[in-house]
Structures are given as C-alpha cells and as structure tokens.
Design a protein around this ligand. Structure first.
Ligand SMILES: Cc1cc2nc3c(=O)[nH]c(=O)nc-3n(C[C@H](O)[C@H](O)[C@H](O)COP(=O)(O)O)c2cc1C
Length: 188
C-alpha cells in the first residue's frame, strides 16, 4: 500500500527561512518513512489580508480556495511555523483564516496535523507551537497530534549532511513517525 499523502509547508516567505529549512528536512524524512509528500510554499498562494467586505464582494480568493483544496487532498499536514512575539505569524494566521472560510473549514476535518517551529533563539519557537495548536484545535476543530518539534539555535541545528543534531533529532523522528501512523488511520 502506498504511504499516506502528507502536505508540508512553512509559515515564512523569508529567503533562508529556518522554518523552510525545517519543512525541507521534514519532507525528506517523511519520504524516507514511505509517505507521499507534497512540499508547498505559501509564496505560491498569495492571499490578501482577510477582509469581510472583500469576502462579501468577491468570495474567498482563488489562491485561498486552491490552498484549501491542496490541504483536503492530504491525510496529514505538517506546518513549520515561525514565532513572532510568542505567537503565530500574520502569514500563517491569514492563510488559516481564509482556508476556514472555504466549505465551512472542511479542509481541517478528517486529517491529522503535526506542528514544528524553528528559531535561532533558545526556545525554538515553542510558544508559537502552542498558539498554532490553539488556533487549529479550538478555532478550526482540527485534530493536532501531541508530538511536535521545536528547533532551537536553528542556524547551528544541522550537521554538514543536513541532519538535525542533538536531542532534537529524536524529537523530530518521533513526531514524524507518529504523523505517518496517524495519517494512515485516516486512510481507512
Ligand atoms: C516581529 C517579529 C517577532 C519575533 N518574535 C520572536 C519570538 O517571540 N520568539 C523567537 O524565538 N523569535 C522571534 N522572532 C525571530 C524569528 O524567530 C526569526 O525572525 C526567524 O528567523 C523567523 O523564522 P524564519 O527564519 O522561518 O523566517 C521574531 C521576529 C519578528 C520579525
């Protein structure tokens, strides 16, 4: 049986983004675990800042609808989100908000989410993980697995082969094997 389809994306557009690096690492590791991985960039899904008048006038922007469709085509979704002021980034929140307006947020249902964050700071963006979990679970009624990974000291977190070093590698491995196992359950 083919591995579960898993979507990976980062909540940053920055060139050299630590979270994009984490997303690429996660995509590679999930592929090694047998998942069928799509690594998307939010750069390909530009959306205006949510505006109720705009939605009333024109509906959900085409890119918002396209991203909701992309999410709904996967059984697992890994989000690598930066931490801004202890919380979720505007890019991430705006994307999640627009997706919640498509088909009453159906893209959040019947699939499993896993979270990661990366920061050069000592906490690795841990607080944004909690905030993203809050938004997804309480706001979007999504299932978010308990296992998650925060990459601290992100500029020095990988060896010369691109492997995470130290205890974070084990946390990442546990997070990703749980994600594959959880996504498989949704295939039934
Ligand atoms: C407005 C703003 C607020 C930030 N707040 C935090 C923070 O609370 N905690 C943290 O670890 N890093 C914080 N940072 C630093 C980001 O972690 C850093 O810019 C990181 O590189 C962003 O992720 P990226 O590399 O994927 O773009 C903040 C950065 C910005 C621009």
């Amino acid at each position: 049986m083919a591995g579960p389809k898993i979507l990976v994306f980062a909540g940053s557009l920055r060139t050299g983004s630590f979270n994009e690096t984490l997303a690429a690492y996660v995509a590679r590791k999930l592929t090694e675990l047998g998942a069928e991985v799509t690594h998307a960039s939010l750069r390909d899904y530009p959306m205006p800042l949510y505006d109720g008048d705009l939605e009333a006038r024109e509906g959900v922007p085409e890119r918002g609808q396209a991203f909701a469709l992309l999410m709904s085509q996967h059984l697992g979704i890994f989000i690598a989100g930066p931490e801004y002021n202890a919380g979720i980034t505007p890019l991430m929140k705006n994307t999640l908000d627009w997706v919640s307006r498509v088909d009453r947020g159906s893209a959040y249902k019947n699939r499993i989410f896993a979270l990661g964050a990366a920061s050069d700071g000592p906490r690795g963006g841990y607080r944004s993980l909690i905030h993203t979990r809050h938004v997804l679970e309480l706001g979007c009624a999504a299932m978010v697995q308990p296992e998650m990974v925060a990459v601290s000291g992100a500029s020095k977190a990988y060896d010369e082969n691109g492997e995470l070093i130290g205890p974070t590698a084990k946390v990442a491995a546990n997070t990703l094997s749980a994600l594959v196992a959880n996504a498989k359950r949704y295939a039934a």
